[in-house]
Write a protein that binds this ligand. Sequence first.
Ligand SMILES: [Zn+2]
Length: 273
Amino acid sequence: MRVLSRLLFLLAVVLYALPAMANQPLFDAHLHYDIDSAGDYAPGEIVAILQANGVKRAVVTSYPPSQALSLYDVAPELVVPFLGVYRTPEDKQAWVRDTRLAARLERMLSDGPWRGVGELHLFAEQRLSPVFLRIVELATRHRLPLLMHCDPAVIDTLFEHSPNAQVIWAHAGTYPYPQLLRDYLDRYHRLYVDLSVRDERIAPDGELDPDWENLLWEYPDRFLIGVDTFRAERWADYGNVAARIRGWLGQLPENVSAQIAYRNALGLFESAP
Ligand SMILES: [Zn+2]
C-alpha cells in the first residue's frame, strides 16, 4: 500500500510538473569540459546535449582552461566561461602551494572572456593559504564570482578577507545541511549556493524533503542548479540528471522554481560588468 501511494504521489508530481517544467529554461551553473571529456565529445556535441535538455546558459570550467574557451567559441550565447585554475588533475591538490599561480591567473583574466574563477577545492585547514587569498583578491577586484568547493570555515575566512567577494558554494558545501546553509546565507549576502550532485538529499527518491523545501522558499534568490560533469561519463547521463533536477524543481511554486532554475544565475552574471 505504501509503495502504491508513493507511486501515485510520484505520478501526480510528474503530471503536475510536466507542462510547466517542460519549457522551463535551465541555467546550468556547474559544468566541466575537461580534456578527457573533449576526447569523447566535440564542442558541437556538448552544445547539442545542452540544447536537447533545455539549457539556455551554462557555466563551463575546465582543465586546461583552453577547453572551456573551445566550447565558448562555438556557442558564446550559451557558454559562461570560468577560468579554471588547474592545468592537470594533480593541480587539484597542488595549486594551493603554487606561488606563481595568482600572477598567471591575472595575465589570463586580462586576456579572455572569463566571467568567473574556479572551481577551487579547499579544506578548512588550508583556508589561510596566501595563494588562495590572493586569488580571492584578484577575483573580487575583477568583480568575478568564485566557484568554491570547500568546507564552511573557508567561506568565513574568504568573506572576512574580502567582504565584497561573490561566491558560488559548489554542491551546497561539504556539509549540505539546511540548518547550516541557512546560517551562512543569512550571514553572507554575496553567497550563492549551487545544488549540483545533491539531488538525493534535496529530494530522496524524487520527493522534495521538507527541510530543503523550507530553505528554498526562504532564500529563493540564492540557489542555482547544476549537473556537474566532473567526469566524461556524466555527459552521457546528462539527460537523466537534468530530469531529476526538473523533478524536484517542479514540486516548488512556479516563481520559486523559475528563480532557482534560471533567473538567479542570470542575475548574477548580468550584474557583473
Ligand atoms: Zn565541479
